[in-house]
Design a protein around this ligand. Structure first.
Ligand SMILES: Nc1ncnc2c1ncn2[C@@H]1O[C@H](COP(=O)(O)OP(=O)(O)OP(=O)(O)O)[C@@H](O)[C@H]1O
Ligand SMILES: [Mg+2]
Length: 502
């Protein structure tokens, strides 16, 4: 096989959505057998290009060539027939069906007469999952899995159909580093066997670990294709954002000192996917405290319990020194607690409504005692939030469904941040968000803390934990394995506690 032979060629691909030009004459090639990264800020056009390649969206203009032949895909099945499979950014799976049913959705092995052969379905799925080194039971229903596991099931699904080109659109946005290591091992193995992979991700480190070449898009335009080995992070960020990103160091000496805002003692939760046992921690005024640990260590369960979403079996919570009874999220909200959950898809973006309405919604519901927001106030709010988080949309009136994945995430963040709660709980706040906006969100979180807000941060990204947290509690198996001051914290110190405990 000629290493330089072209398997996919995009020629002047153009796509418009109303007045938005999502792709503006994009041309580049993907070589047979390479792992090719597609990079760009939120809204750059990455997913749109992948949807065109996988037959989900028609292009307006330009030519798409696969192995030298021009293709006009009308459906994903057309693309699959020439060996192109896709793991989408927004999962299209059936939550009430089992893992195995999802893996083979639409192509179930049958006994004939349309009767599904469940034994074979389950055993084939078990075989695929074991190749992925995943200990997920094929008969578990999808809704019982964590977002990370759902993502891995999607990958299993893509691998179950025979393909020679695999497209992954931000496959690791919701999984931890440990799980990405498993995924990367597998992708490298599949690639060594000849699979061509197109890989969309915001995590630059992954691009350097995994990819041979990278193409950068910005505002729907092709910027460049580079050899990863002869590039570096700064160069790539420069191409992506076309401006410089300011990384602020946290002024850690100031803030705090105002006393303890949130005190949790001996927290136990048994009715949750991960049992939480005897967890104690506190957050001071103006302090950013991180809960670190692997997926499944109980971090999200603790966060949910504090917000009244998990039933607390034992333990106590105090807010500003007063005992707090939190049995429902209403109780938490009344105490000034806000929570941005990990699984933001379920969190109720009303996708057919406008950006501005989605942002103000929390206020209408939660702060109704302040009366209704006026239309102009709503627009102002949407404008300032969009500026703060660099949300990219055609206007405040744009339907949320038309925003790119990363920009939808920002809308969810925006709708909680503007409320300025006294305790803000963030579960994976920058998942799927591009480097430029991530730096801006970090600055915003720091500023909120400097103004006295107490932040409880759950994050799987250790650089994020290290950049933001004043103190870190590391969880393991539903309990606190150790506590680190920011001055003692390092990726190694956190991982040691997360994996080995004290
Ligand atoms: N169905 C749609 N209707 C209207 N506009 C759309 C639609 N889909 C995408 N867009 C617009 O096209 C542009 C490119 O979006 P796309 O989803 O391709 O970005 P992306 O690079 O994948 O971003 P992200 O990193 O946030 O996922 C954005 O401005 C987006 O708002
Ligand atoms: Mg996208």
């Amino acid at each position: 096989m000629n290493a330089d032979s072209i398997i996919i060629r995009f020629e002047n691909i153009t796509k418009r959505f109303g007045g938005t030009i999502a792709l503006d004459g994009v041309s580049f090639s993907v070589r047979q057998g390479e792992i090719h990264a597609v990079l760009g800020e939120n809204g750059a056009g990455k997913s749109t290009l992948m949807r065109i390649l996988s037959g989900v969206l028609p292009k307006d203009d330009g030519r798409l060539l696969v192995a030298g032949e021009e293709k006009h895909f009308r459906t994903p099945i057309d693309a699959q027939q020439v060996g192109i499979s896709t793991v989408y950014q927004e999962p299209y799976l059936a939550p009430h069906m089992t893992v195995a049913e999802n893996v083979f959705l639409g192509r179930e092995p049958s006994h004939g007469l349309g009767i599904v052969d469940f034994a074979s379905l389950n055993s084939q799925t078990r075989e695929i999952l074991s190749r992925l080194e995943l200990s997920i039971n094929p008969t578990t229903r999808l809704l019982e899995l964590s977002p990370a596991e759902v993502q891995l099931v999607q990958i299993a699904r893509a691998l179950a159909s025979s393909s020679n080109i695999l497209i992954l659109d931000e496959p690791t946005a919701s999984i931890t580093e440990h799980e990405s290591d498993i995924l990367f091992g597998l992708l490298k193995k599949l690639n060594a066997g000849g699979l061509t992979i197109i890989y969309v991700s915001h995590r630059l480190k992954e691009i350097f670990d995994l990819c041979h070449r990278a193409t950068v898009l910005r505002d729907g335009k092709f910027i460049n294709t580079v050899d990863v080995a002869s590039s570096d992070e700064d160069k790539m960020i420069g191409m992506m954002v076309g401006r410089e990103i300011v990384h602020h160091e946290r002024g850690r000496e100031k803030a705090r000192g105002g006393g303890i805002r949130l005190e949790v003692r001996g927290l136990c939760v048994s009715d949750a996917p991960v049992r939480v046992n005897n967890v104690s921690f506190h957050v001071q005024k103006g302090e950013i405290v991180a809960l670190a640990g692997l997926v499944g260590s109980g971090r999200s369960e603790v966060a949910k319990a504090v917000f009244g979403l998990n039933r607390i079996d034992a333990g106590s919570i105090e807010v500003d020194g007063k005992p707090a009874r939190i049995r429902h999220s209403r109780d938490a909200i009344r105490l000034g607690i806000a929570f941005v959950p990990e699984d933001r898809k379920d969190e109720g973006l009303i996708s057919i409504q406008s950006l501005k309405h989605n942002i103000s919604l929390t206020g209408l519901r939660l702060l109704s005692r302040f009366g209704f927001l006026q239309g102009s106030a709503e627009t102002d709010l949407a404008r300032s939030s969009s500026a703060q988080l660099s949300i990219k949309a055609s206007s405040e009136e744009a339907e949320v469904a038309t925003l790119s994945g990363g920009n939808q995430q920002k809308v969810v963040l925006a709708k909680w941040l503007w409320l300025k709660p006294s305790i803000l709980i963030l579960d994976e706040p920058t998942r799927g968000i591009d480097v430029g906006a991530k730096a801006e969100i970090h600055t915003l979180i720091r500023n909120l803390a400097a103004e006295g807000m107490s932040v409880l941060l759950v994050s799987s990204e250790l650089p994020e934990v290290l950049a933001l947290a004043d103190r870190i509690y590391v969880m393991r198996d539903g309990t606190i394995a150790g506590e680190l001051q920011w001055s003692q914290a390092s990726q190694e110190a956190i991982m040691k506690l997360a994996a080995l405990g004290n």
